[in-house]
Write a protein that binds this ligand. Sequence first.
Ligand SMILES: [Zn+2]
Ligand SMILES: [Zn+2]
Length: 115
Amino acid sequence: MSRSPHYIKLLNSRRWRALRMAAIKRTKGLCEQCSAEGRISAATEVHHIRPVESVKDPIVMEQLAFDPANLKALCHRCHQEAHLLMHKGSNEERRRRTKEDVERFHRQMFGEDPE
Ligand SMILES: [Zn+2]
Ligand SMILES: [Zn+2]
């Protein structure tokens, strides 16, 4: 999946950073997926349930990116799982590539490795 410049710009905005913080605070800093499965994990990442890049229109992209109902506070592991699940029929190679995608994405977004 290639990152559109518009998307990168959205995620580098103050508005996104504030919303991201709010999404994590909303769950009291806990991973929503882990909580649903009876585990306690710290949410460190915020996931878009409907991928922002599933649309081409910058206006719609922005709506998806900043819609609190489209956000999920997740731990790193659940975030990776969420992305793996979006790639239907994934084989080994795809899993590996998706993991690399997520890691590259994190370096772009936060200037650091996710671990
Ligand atoms: Zn989790
Ligand atoms: Zn995600």
